[in-house]
Design a protein around this ligand. Sequence first.
Ligand code: MG
Length: 385
Amino acid sequence: MTTKNLSILGSTGSIGTQSLETARKCGYSVSALSAYSNVDLIEAQIREFKPQIAALVDENSAKELKIRVADTDTKVLSGLSGVCECAACSDADTVINSVVGMAGLRPTLTAIECGKKIALANKETLVAGGLLVTTNAKAKGVDILPVDSEHSAIFQCLQGQPTNRALKRIILTASGGPFFGKTREELEKVTVVDALKHPNWSMGQKITIDSATMMNKGLELIEAVWLFGVHPSKIEIVVHRESIIHSAVEYTDNAVIAQLGLPDMKIPIQYALTYPERIESLTGELDLTKLGTLTFYKPDYDTFKCMNICREAISRGGLYPAFANSANEQANFMFRQGKIGFLEIGELVERVMNDAPKVDTYTVDDVYNADIEARNLVIKYSGKQ
Ligand code: MG
């Protein structure tokens, strides 16, 4: 299905604003926008793109927005139900979900229910509720196109293969984040400011901290399991400092196909919208001779334990990934508030992941209950409020 009309969830964030740049360039209409609480930016977006509906999760911000855009035709909604209404917006054929965290799960399921094509940047949706998302999408015949740069790369490398039978291995690349090469002792005292200095990508705060702990790569491993139907043992993480190779796949004949490009999210965003076509983009050209060298390393699994915690969680299945994800959302937040140390994030995620109940299947309510439970356990184990 060709994209013509978008609903963008998380429109004021990094992916959301770049999606709107892409919409402007490609001439897509925008019929719904949602965000958490950024009134100023969503007001400007409403004035430019004139969506039918807009939603802010935060009730007070939504009230203010309603007053500010009273002179427009845009209907303002609030809360998670407002975001779900944006996901269901009848004029939109494609929903870009760039909500941060597992809060994006219900909107994703709503979009699937309404038969929308989904450009998914909200990886936590697949980590927490991968079974529900993939089962429902299959039943409804809905396409889920990855926006995450690594998964877009893998998806691009798989083009031309009718099945993934010949797929031997996925090589998931990681920049290594700002703390590559550091020891556990050196990481004991790092600050939020240190952790927010990502070498290659400019992103929101939550994901930047996830990159520093390398939890982001663990989440991406789980995301790849669901998107591409591969066993977790078939995904190898390779540290590639320059973020030029966005990931690769190895086939049974040992041929390796990689996707390269400048680290710019507008490439994967646009490909998710134009697939299977390609059109000119706003991204610069890659000049390999300017780069000269590309480097690769094995990850340091002892220092950055979150990668293997996620591998273990998805190998166990059930609600283990949901517990790991929600524990991380809470611990990441508490680190940013200065309440816990950097290394405590991984320790708390590991402990809480191990507390998940053993179940084979789950409902959406189970995932949201797991979220509350995992967050409470992090608070309890950290000894902080
Ligand atoms: Mg990524």
